[in-house]
Design a protein around this ligand. Sequence first.
Ligand code: ADP
Length: 547
Amino acid sequence: PESVPRRADVRLPPDTTRDEFDIAIAALKRDIGDDNVVLNNQPLVDGWYLEHPNTHDAFHVVDQEDLVCSAVAYPGSTGEVQVVVRWANKYAIPIYPISMGRNVGYGGTAPRVPGSIVVDLGKRMNKILNIDAENASCVVEPGVSYFALYEEVQRRKLPLWIDTPDLGGGSVLGNAIDRGVGYTPMGDHFACHCGMEIVLPNGEILRTGMGAMPGKNGADNPTWQSFQPAYGPYSDGIFSQSNFGIVCQMGFWLMHETGHQSYMITFPSEEDFPDIVEAIRPLAQKRILGNIPQLRHVVQELNVTGLPKSHWYAGSSPIPRDIIQKHAAQLPCGDCSWVFYGTQYGDETSIETQLDIIRSAFANIPGSRFFLPSDLPDDHYIHSRALVCSGVPILRELDWLNWKPNAAHLFFSPITPTRGADAKIVHDINIRLHKKYGFDLFPTLCVAGREMHYITNIIYDRSSNDEKRRVAGLMRELIAETAREGYGEYRTHVLFADQVAGTYNWNNNALMRFNETIKDALDPNGILAPGRNGIWPKNYRGKGWEL
Ligand code: ADP
């Protein structure tokens, strides 16, 4: 989309006059360099995934100019991050740290409080600080993308894998902080991190885990990337999905390369869905399934071809079931309702044994069909799944955005037990509400042994105010209805953070009161990412900021 003239000049931070702002910005430029502070006063450009803006949410759900920063700061080191944090305290201006800002569908680079200063760590802090081949671990700065880490491992010819999410352009550190996931056996990114270096809201530097103990003669501790909890409370968790600190370095475990075999299983009937979940549960609990597999509704087979919706259906309403069926019948998956993508790991014989068990578990569902990549055409989506599931970053998932003109997307991602009955409750709510608000329903279930992420990718036209209003209405009602049934979201777009946080309200909001206690202790001036994940510092609470 081309840029349109800005209606407003710089969006100032709350309770800040233009004069105060200009004085503060001049001071920041003196502190970290003229070129490293850039005002956000030019036309907003949504760009695309690889040329994404750090000025606003490129996938705007509200007016494009609503969720904007006043300026972007580019610190070049942990020391400069400390300088920025102290500056924010001095001038009482909120700052919003991002790593690379490719958190598409969850708010991108947009600060929750308009007029905040975005602290874009990725531009200058983009070093792979260490790859320890013996320990199978690495330490990265915020600006290291999955592509960069992957390429470095290849360049050094190490027999190691990284783990990438669906899109490989994001920050390894940023994704893990937001508790994103990937698809190798080490797909739980936060669970596979080991050690952090954090600048606290008062400007102090903290190292977590074994990093809290100095190494010999001032060296980093030799077990910083080896043992996660160290001694005392395990503090790392509170720095994920929060606004308690700015993470400047983070360690990650890497996987040893191994044999792998992806496969696809199709199931004929819509009603098979609870039975499929029941079949997956024991396979996952026994760890026969090597990674987190995906169960997708067949409509996604149309979408992942990369062809637009108009290719399949001329209407503007959601694609009717019979049309999906008619087209699916012409695709390699055939006339089916659900498609399962799995990958097994190990040597050839062990993979064969695993596949035998899996085939016989699903054979109980009449009409299920099993495919290997070699059974499917070269351009079939399974080949890109096979790459992601073996730690190779790709961009194919961008094809989602071909679905509609000016497409943007939001994720709705509740957690349910891995049980057919629960999955059906959430699925039925989604069917009903997507229909009510007029959107295609694209469910993908990431199924683990005890819980599943039921993820829907809601695609809307961001040039249409009507679609934006409807998509926000859909999100709000989905969050409320699933919460009434006891299902909560694991992650959400910044705009819905208050509502989602508010559903975790057991015992008179005990959890949020706990979070607020930590927030007020660490960040008494409330300068760091106010409102992120629904956590507001005391100077913002009760003033109408919550949405
Ligand atoms: P990615 O490029 O991986 O998609 P982002 O940089 O967009 O990730 O990060 C996702 C979110 O996580 C950001 O919006 C921000 O709120 C938070 N975040 C990212 N990096 C940091 C960091 N280094 N310290 C604190 N919070 C961060």
